[in-house]
Design a protein around this ligand. Sequence first.
Ligand code: AMP
Length: 282
Amino acid sequence: MQTVQKTAILRATIRSWRAQGQSLAFVPTMGNLHDGHLSLVSKAHDCADRVVVSIFVNPTQFGPGEDYARYPRTLEADQVGLSGTECDVLFLPAVETMFPYGLEQTVRVKIPVLGDTLEGAYRVGHFDGVSTVLSKLFNLVQPDYAVFGEKDWQQLQIVRRLVADLSLPIEIMAEPTRREADGLALSSRNRFLNTVERARAPVMYATLCWMRDNYFSGHARAVVETAARARLQRAGFEIDYIVIRGATDLTEPEEHPRTGLIGLVAGHLGSTRLIDNLLFDA
Ligand code: AMP
């Protein structure tokens, strides 16, 4: 595996692959890699001849007061982890490479409505930062496939919309959420949980499962959402949202559909913000 920081070298390497007729899959990350990330790399390898992984902690997707400064940066361990995978190139751009005109003057890509709800409402501007940096990374790497985790469900819908609306010739692939044995979704932020918080954290996924079962047993959506919120609050969470939505457009469903739904939750345990989701399969 080659580690590349300069875009000229990245482009030359990719040009040489393309000259041999090879296909390319891309996995964008912010590093502090765990098995969830590595499952995306494995999927990328299933899709294409060559795999590029990027690690870039993107300042434009963190709001003021969020955890940009303390976001875990573990490059050496990440390189060791990736060296055991099929990753061909690890791309590590500098902030100045991604934002040559500075953060204030950068072109911004915004996805209205879909990017303004749920995570977008609690992290204002977050998805503008995500869409912007992914547009840049997609232009640098020009992959045939890009692989994302269902863990960040709304982000996955945003990426699909970005690619469709800007007519980018990239196929978006999704991988299921990898979890600890007790159900907690793997996340770079789990390391911030203290022992008591870590013991409580699995209640988030358990509540999503409980919410699905109660919805399918006939209870009204609003009733289930309210009860789920109370359940998580009793377990010590401070909840931003816990909702049942249409899985693709994330709007509130009318009536009581039995297909095409997802439960989505975001909440704080102490100073750590966790998100999770569960597709409702009847
Ligand atoms: P991040 O480094 O947190 O920006 O995540 C990079 C990619 O890994 C995104 O597509 C995430 O959705 C995905 N990812 C993060 N956690 C998991 C997980 N537990 N299982 C599967 N994919 C994940």
